[in-house]
Write a protein that binds this ligand. Sequence first.
Ligand code: RTP
Ligand code: MG
Length: 136
Amino acid sequence: MSERTLVLVKPDGVERGLVGEVIGRIERKGLKLVALELRQVEQQLAEQHYAEHDGKPFFGSLLEFITSGPVVAAVVEGPRAISAFRQLAGGTDPVDKAAPGSIRGDYGLEVQYNLVHGSDSAESAEREIKLWFPEL
Ligand code: RTP
Ligand code: MG
C-alpha cells in the first residue's frame, strides 16, 4: 500500500547545496515526488510544524533555524514512504544516531543542523502535508 510523507530539506541543506543530493536519494530509492517547492518559512508555519516540541529547551533555536533561510518542501509517495525516508535520513543526531550511508550520517555533525525532516508517523504525515500543501 502506498503512503505519503512530508520531507523538508532544512536551511542548512539548501545553503550547502545538498538539495540535489537529497532528492536524488529519494528518487533512486524508488519513491515518487508528488509536490516540490522552495519556500521561506513564516514563523506561524514553523510553530505549527514543530508544535510537539513547544516548551522544550531547543524550541526557540529550532524555530529560529528553520526560518533562517529557504527550505525545500516535498511530498513523497511510495510503499512505506514514511519509514523509507526516515531510514534514508538516519537518526536525529547525525553523529551518535545516524549511520554512515544515511543523509544525516554522511553530511551532518550537529543535532540542530541535521539537514532534513521527514514525518515520523502516519498521523504526523497527514497533519504536516495539510499544513504545508493544503491544496493536495
Ligand atoms: P525532524 O522532526 O526535524 O524530522 O527530526 P526528528 O524527528 O529526527 O527529531 P525531533 O525529535 O522531531 O526533533 C526535531 C528537530 O529539533 C532539533 N533538535 N535539537 N538540541 C537538541 O537537543 C535537539 N533535539 C532536537 C533537530 O533539528 C531535530 O531534527
Ligand atoms: Mg520529528
